[in-house]
Design a protein around this ligand. Sequence first.
Ligand code: P6P
Length: 339
Amino acid sequence: MTKKFRAYTLNEFIVRQQNAFPYATGDLTRLLGHIGIASKIVNREVNMAGLVDILGETGTENIQGESVKKLDAFANDQFKSILGSSIEVCGLVTEEEKDLVSFESDLSREGKYIVCMDPLDGSSNIDVNVSIGTIFSIYRRISEIGSASVEKDFLQPGTKQVAAGYVLYGSSTMLVYTTGMGVTGFTLDPSIGEFFLSHAKIVMPAEGRFYSINEGNYINFPQGVKQYIKYCQVDDPSTNRPYTSRYVGSLVADFHRNMLKGGIYIYPETTSMPEGKLRLTYECNPIAFLAEQSGGIATNGRGRRILEIPPESIHQRTPFFTGSPKMMKQAEDFMQLYA
Ligand code: P6P
């Protein structure tokens, strides 16, 4: 008789993991639970986006100079509201807010954690019903508990993250996270509104065949990236080439596929974006933590580990290479050879 799989809910699993830490107070457990609740609310709106007046633009622009979609603003408001009313979080940085948001209530000021997040990444895909995601990164504050959170709380290197993850609003809705004990995935059962354990331990294959990059920017890429793309396209069955180009325009969707199947995602510096496009604190660091925890690698393409880059500003950009170790070595060898 096949062993009936005991499906743990997200909260049951987090609590079991917390019990592995004798001095855990439960704050991180509750914080991850708050993120789960906010993501279910966002998921409901994402799934109804075609039916309610939540599509389209707000008519405003964010710090990135990008037009803010109604669903971007909705997601940002939901996470800000739920985290801001929690006792665990004292402050928040998001892609949609120019400055850090320091939660001012006395209870919030006692919060031990700060959160950096992209409430809805890939929003250019919202109106065309392609997968989008939420990315989050959690640190212990370094400023004094009881005071308002300050910028230095948010400028810690990615190695200091206590947890990171994403929610993928795709053909199914998944929450994937790590607290430094491997990567675990949960799938939402919308009929009862619960995330159930579906991927107990996600391990990124050492190599794969997917390469994810916006080749529309080819002419502006560094020579090393151009040469790597040509390498991916060589017809050599002995090395499983040509690889397959897969680029959704949503970092979460591309990374999730590459983490499960093996692959590489590259958003390099270009002539028009010399620092790259992606943001260090709320896109690259959390994804890099997940990459390393699943056996992958994440660098700036020139041998610098993403998690060790000390942020100098909350919206700092960085070139971003992440994926299967063997593919990352190939790509970095080309970057080194062609500078
Ligand atoms: P481009 C979405 O805006 C995002 O931050 C990532 O999710 C995605 O991989 C990338 O930017 C897409 O950027 O310039 O290729 O449209």
